[in-house]
Design a binder for this molecule. Structure first.
Ligand code: ADP
Ligand code: ADP
Ligand code: ZN
Length: 216
């Protein structure tokens, strides 16, 4: 099974992908994670995209689609994929169709996390992750069971993203509205769009997604 998790910054895509990986053994392909890895490693590509990412603007379609292509090539046919944060433009949506066909895959569902914009700034400003395993947390909405200790790996080391500040979030939301929202009707027309209430508690959102994937 191959699915897209679609929604604005802070909608809960990464949180839900983490759960699907743990529960169903799917593979998460997050272009944001791939781009951050390039940036942090200081590769040529990373240095070229740093300013764009720090400003909250979109990296070029060619770059992200080629990262997705490379990563799809490393998977086994039996591994289901969660596309997280990709596609984000009409051109990327078109590229994805070609890449899926080339890799012998098809898209089963596009899960759209519907959220109030007002809630997103609070979600993003309070977001942090485990520096060792990448598990996601929130100051208010998803605290570790033992304060200061990662639930998944036990690490005490956490980090926050440079672009998770109010000003950049506004730009990222505007980019979403202008460039990503317009691709939603494409998937609706294909009959694979599944809207989910992303304002519900994390576990309820997970249950709604599970019901879709299980065909219930
Ligand atoms: P995205 O990947 O869509 O940008 P995340 O999954 O990183 O979003 O979620 C943003 C922040 O909001 C994280 O700190 C996460 O713990 C928190 N969060 C995710 N889903 C919910 C939810 N349903 N209710 C409250 N907080 C949430
Ligand atoms: P969020 O889900 O919180 O918006 P991501 O981790 O998905 O954040 O993306 C962080 C940044 O990486 C984006 O603001 C953008 O600069 C870049 N990026 C990630 N995915 C894409 C993509 N598919 N196309 C263009 N730029 C992207
Ligand atoms: Zn951890």
């Amino acid at each position: 099974m191959n699915i897209i998790l679609l929604g604005p910054p802070g909608a809960g895509k990464g949180t839900q992908a983490e759960k699907l990986v743990a529960d169903r053994g799917m593979v998460q392909l997050s272009t944001g994670d791939m781009l951050r890895a390039e940036k942090n490693a200081g590769t040529d590509l990373g240095n070229r995209i740093k300013a764009v990412m720090d400003a909250g603007e979109l990296v070029s379609d060619e770059i992200v689609s080629s990262l997705i292509d490379e990563n799809l090539g490393r998977l086994q046919a039996s591994q289901g994929v969660i596309f997280d944060g990709y596609p984000r433009t009409a051109a990327q949506a078109e590229s994805l169709d070609g890449l899926l066909a080339a890799h012998g895959r098809k898209l089963d569902y596009v899960i759209e996390l519907e959220v109030d914009e007002d809630a997103l700034v609070e979600r993003i400003v309070g977001r942090y992750t485990c520096a060792k395993c990448g598990a996601g947390y929130h100051d208010k909405f998803k605290q570790p069971k033992v304060a200061g200790t990662c639930d998944v790996c036990g690490s005490h080391d956490f980090k926050r993203r440079a672009d998770d500040n109010e000003e950049t979030v506004r730009t990222r939301m505007a980019e979403y509205r202008a460039k990503t929202e317009p691709i939603i009707p494409i998937y609706d027309a294909r009959g694979i769009l599944c809207p989910v209430d992303g304002m519900a508690d994390i576990d309820l959102v997970s249950a709604a997604i599970a019901a879709i994937l299980d065909g219930k």
